[in-house]
Design a protein around this ligand. Sequence first.
Ligand SMILES: [Zn+2]
Length: 220
Amino acid sequence: MNVPDVHTHRPVPPGATAIRSLEPGEVLAPAHGYFSAGIHPWRIPKAWEEVMESLAVTAADPRCLAIGECGLDKARLKALPSGQRPAALDLQTAVFEAHIRLSETLGKPLVIHGVRAWGELIALRKRHKPRQAWLLHGFRGSPDAARALLEAEFHLSFGEHYRADALRTVPAGRLFAETDESALPIGLIAENLARDRGDDPDELARILTANFRRVFFREP
Ligand SMILES: [Zn+2]
């Protein structure tokens, strides 16, 4: 199946449609193909405000289709002594909010990494009232989490691992597919999604392509 891969950390073969996720410190702007640019919540540099300024320049490239991945990861805070966790979450939030502003300024969607932070992400979307689409990547949550996020107008992207019961709650128009770090080809991931949704694979491929064009190229 030939479907767009909305989030990958691997080099993209020429001819494939994929958004390669890049971070500061990686070679920003690859030789060919589309990319996204952002600060991952696991790797926030000390001078993140300066880094955001150079990221804004890179992200203005027309081949940069989205801002991110960026977001909130509360599981990551568990590694810290409990007294340091609130400040660490505040820092993740401040960096994520800088990405929200950049997404709105440049008119490009957000690709979001979210772990155990559905409530916070939904509250941020309500507070900022963004015009841009917010795509939660690598969604592995429950059907209840999916419903709450869909209600708040998130788009959900699924990769190699997910809950099939949550996958089935997503309306076709909000669904995306990705490889992320997986070695599985995107076509196989999309076939798994079609099987677990009970969708015709060709029909799902058409839908995933149409969603990609609508969200990242503003096609109707
Ligand atoms: Zn990723």
